[in-house]
Design a protein around this ligand. Structure first.
Ligand SMILES: *[C@@H]1O[C@H](CO)[C@@H](O)[C@H](O)[C@H]1NC(C)=O
Ligand SMILES: *[C@@H]1O[C@H](CO)[C@@H](O)[C@H](O)[C@H]1NC(C)=O
Length: 449
């Protein structure tokens, strides 16, 4: 069964002159009639009057036997189309559950020729073009994909595989690298037939610029199966775009190994469509640079299971391979972190939260070497002090929260903005003096900082 569909624009253009070709893709006619009124065509997610400039209908476009366009044909067609951003005419598939077809959109010139392919609907692809990464790349991408003279070398660890080792001292907040994905796939692609979803992924890889295609094929695959799908599944990171969770593949970040107590953190910035990696503590030359692939505030057993199931490897970092005595201590601290955070999150009049609890929480994060996720602990501390009306301590921890949260959650994160406001003036924030009058367990032996 062939359900390859061209976009409405193309098909309408061809309908009058190339009836024979359309017959190769019988399903698309039904779809097209539903998608737009009969006097208009679907283009970049919008129904436009069919007077809209279309690729010259006098030139012939020949489909292959199976109703798809060859790469050369689709490139030529995209070049002829007016006001058409993508390098290739997209190949699309629809199904009963997707009102709009799912297509592969490739832009070979994206990010200075690094290129990208996006598997999504025409409408969402069009929305993506409004992001500064596409609309204003000069500004948006000026710190991105700068991979010459990096602060690390690639190293082959015996028994563990490749990783990155610092070759200069990195301080907290230093950018290790930032890059744009080679591909983005929207979960809507799982609504078409699996063979068609794979077909779009293969087409996407085939249309990447040569060096990006090579980086894609150099990725490791853990699960075996379709070679493209495997590499995507093994290396994809969840990214959010316009409120929708999607997957992106970034070959650079895939070179960073996992550690349950990492020294670097990453975040996705949806305006620049970029993944940033920063040091979260001092990293000395010779130390491996690591990130976490999972939530580390869990017991060792849960972490090991999660890594095996989702990433296909045995956790070998020091907090996974320690002597059972140390593992038990570590698990107990992690459990206590959750307990204290629970108290600190309680904003009812019965709350037992105190700033001392927040201090204990901070200490546990340090003991556990959870530096990369300390932002949330500093935020708890800032709010706890603010809630008892302790202005200067609230400011102290709000500033630290901004520094750490941003490395983990990004420039535009809500917590970052909240902590910036608190650092300016705690008395203007919602938590100010919320708990004044509450019992303070250790009152009398106030913080000795
Ligand atoms: C259609 O045929 C071409 C050329 O034989 C082939 O490369 C392509 O993978 C086929 N596409 C599908 C969807 O079968
Ligand atoms: C670190 O290694 C990279 C190669 O991965 C090299 O380009 C860079 O110049 C080196 N930096 C230092 C400070 O040696």
């Amino acid at each position: 069964m062939k359900s390859a569909v061209g976009l409405g624009l193309l098909s309408s253009a061809l309908a009058s002159t190339h009836q024979n070709n359309i017959n190769h893709v019988p399903q698309q006619q039904a779809f097209l009639q539903n998608a737009c009124p009969s006097d208009s065509v679907l283009h970049n997610g919008e129904c436009l009057s069919s007077g809209f400039a279309i690729p010259s209908t006098t030139e012939s476009v020949s489909f292959q036997e199976n109703g798809t366009l060859s790469l050369d044909e689709s490139r030529a067609l995209a070049a002829r189309a007016e006001d058409f951003h993508w390098t290739f005419w997209p190949e699309c598939y629809s199904s009963a559950t997707t009102p709009e077809p799912v297509c592969v959109f490739t832009d070979q010139s994206f990010a200075d020729g690094r290129g990208i392919f996006i598997v999504t609907t025409s409408k969402l692809a069009h929305q993506m073009l409004k992001k500064p990464a596409f609309a204003d790349p000069k500004n948006a991408l000026n710190r991105i994909n700068k991979h010459s003279n990096p602060p690390f070398i690639q190293y082959e660890f015996p028994g563990k595989g490749r990783g990155l080792v610092a070759n200069k001292t990195l301080n907290r907040g230093d950018q290790i690298f930032a890059s744009t994905p080679l591909l983005i796939t929207n979960p809507v692609s799982y609504e078409i037939l699996e063979t068609e979803r794979l077909r779009l992924a293969h087409r996407g890889v085939d249309t990447l610029p040569p060096s990006s295609k090579a980086s894609f094929w150099a990725l490791l695959d853990h699960f075996k199966g379709d070679p493209v799908d495997d590499r995507i599944n093994t290396n994809a990171f969840e990214i959010e775009i316009d409120g929708v969770s999607q997957y992106g593949v970034l070959p650079e970040i895939a070179m960073l190994n996992h550690d349950c107590r990492p020294n670097a953190a990453y975040f996705w910035d949806e305006e620049t469509l970029s993944h940033y990696v920063h040091a979260t503590e001092t990293i000395l030359p010779g130390q491996e640079i690591t990130i976490t692939y999972i939530n580390n505030e869990r017991s060792r057993e849960k972490r090991v299971k999660n890594l095996k199931a989702n990433w296909g490897f045995e956790c070998s970092c020091s907090s996974c391979s320690a002597h059972p005595f140390f593992v038990a201590e570590s698990d107990a601290r992690v459990e206590q972190i959750a307990e204290l955070a629970g108290y600190l999150d309680d904003w009812t009049p019965a709350s037992k939260a105190t700033p001392e609890m927040a201090e204990a929480l901070l200490s546990l994060y340090v003991q556990e070497r959870l530096h990369a996720s300390m932002g949330v602990a500093y935020k708890h501390a800032a709010e706890a002090y603010s809630s008892f009306g302790e202005r200067d301590m609230a400011i102290r921890y709000a500033r630290l929260a901004v520094e750490y949260v941003v490395l983990d959650k990004g420039f535009r994160d809500r917590d970052v903005r909240e902590m910036q406001s608190m650092a300016k003036d705690p008395s203007m924030t919602w938590s100010w003096k919320k708990r004044v009058g509450h019992k303070r367990a250790n009152a009398g032996c106030e913080h000795a900082h």
